[in-house]
Design a protein around this ligand. Structure first.
Ligand code: TPP
Ligand code: MG
Length: 379
């Protein structure tokens, strides 16, 4: 146990040292208006601005036009005879003599909200996004770099047999760090297992992460959990639970308790695309919708549940449309676009708290980073 302790503290030292070097080394390479930070060769990137054209001189953040949220449609337009309307729970429903099945898909897929293009420039002047000040932006970038370096060390440690299990966030740095940046520390996080970036953002130290993964004497969970099953009440981060999707019904219930206590906070439940194939995903969304609970469901859709592609999991247009089916306002966002994720989560938080209702965010992260890097079991 003592030797594990020594090894883990050495690792923390290396991660910290590399984080600094990385930041200094890359700074000289900044060119152009916006800087796309390469995460790995061939890996999609998080986007970071060079000159921060969006920086707000005031310390606070600009207000952004809120996404419109609509209550479930109560009244269906009716071009037939009004007398034939059916009065059904939820509102009147038009009658039609035409036998017509609704389609299983839309003509067009739901668009993906992006602020930054592949070149790192704003896609469009006047884009609908929330600007960040320089201090916040630098912290976002620093934590993304730190997260990737930490992942590299712990992934290698797993491959070397030092720890039994590890989950990286490669390609998903912006999806988690930008989400964390958009929240307050009163917001309660229910993670799946790949959201260690949120913990880092909230001040959970590298040493605490490594203690957990090594299950050493300083681990807050006393070594009783598998690696990556982090948790910290101090950071409002509920311990990772091995059976995926169980956190969703729990999130709905927890959010309902915030609602009853009239708290100015929401619950944020993360889930992978694979998690949406579990019954708990549907139970959680429906429960939250009916109870009008202030919870944000963030689905990191990376296209795979270990080796099962999304095409073998569902035939819907991804995950975003499932929210609509439950009467939940939903958005699809580019999970590698730090500003888009930040803006979407800020808007979702406003909506969840001010309107006291759930919101679903489907965050698309790179589909081509496969399990070899993302999941490390001991086999
Ligand atoms: C209820 C349950 N079934 C199966 C598993 C095994 N399992 C662990 S990770 C995983 C894949 C999850 O994929 P996804 O939700 O897309 O997350 P990703 O790893 O892609 O981030 C599965 C099936 C589990 N942990 N819990
Ligand atoms: Mg997945």
């Amino acid at each position: 146990m003592a030797s594990w302790g020594r090894r883990s503290s050495g690792m923390v030292h290396h991660i910290k040292a590399l984080s600094k070097v990385e930041l200094r080394g890359k700074a000289g390479e900044m060119k152009g208006g916006w800087w796309r930070y390469p995460l790995q060769p061939g890996v999609a990137s998080a986007l970071v601005p060079r000159s921060w054209p969006c920086v707000n001189t005031m310390a606070s953040l600009f207000l952004v036009q809120r996404f419109k949220s609509s209550l479930p449609q109560k009244q269906v337009e009716d071009d037939d005879d009004d007398d034939q309307d059916l009065d059904f729970p939820g509102g009147k429903v038009a009658c039609t003599s035409e036998m017509k099945f609704i389609s299983g898909s839309y003509d067009k897929r739901i668009p993906c909200y992006r602020v930054l293009g592949d070149d790192g420039e704003l896609i469009k002047d006047g884009s609908d996004f929330e600007k960040v000040n320089k201090e916040l932006a630098v912290k976002m970038y620093r934590d993304m770099v730190c997260l990737q370096i930490m992942d590299t060390f712990l992934y290698e440690a797993q491959r070397q047999g030092r720890i039994s299990f590890y989950m990286t966030s490669f390609g998903e740095e912006a999806a988690t760090i930008s989400s964390a940046a958009a929240l307050t520390k009163d917001d309660i996080i229910l993670p799946q297992y790949r959201e260690q970036g949120v913990l880092l953002w909230r001040g959970f130290t590298l040493q605490e992460i490594v203690n957990q993964c090594f299950g050493n004497k300083d681990d807050g969970g006393k070594g009783r959990q598998m690696p990556v099953h982090y948790g910290s009440s101090k950071h409002n981060f509920v311990t990772v639970s091995s059976p995926i999707a169980t956190q969703l019904p729990q999130a709905a219930g927890m959010a309902y308790s915030l609602k009853m206590d009239k708290k100015d906070a929401c619950v944020v439940a993360f889930i992978g695309d694979g998690g949406t194939s579990e019954g708990d995903f549907h139970a959680g969304l429906n429960f939250a919708a009916v109870m009008e609970a202030p919870v944000i469901f963030v689905c990191r859709n990376n296209g795979w549940a270990i080796s099962t592609p999304t095409s073998d999991q569902f035939r819907s247009d991804g995950v975003v449309v499932k929210g609509q089916a439950y009467g939940i306002p939903s958005i699809r966002v580019d999970g590698t676009d730090a500003l888009a994720v930040y803006s979407a989560i800020r808007a979702a938080r406003n909506m969840a708290i001010n309107e006291q209702r759930p919101v679903l965010v489907e965050s698309w992260t790179p589909f081509h980073i496969r399990r070899f890097h993302q999941i490390s079991f001991s086999q």
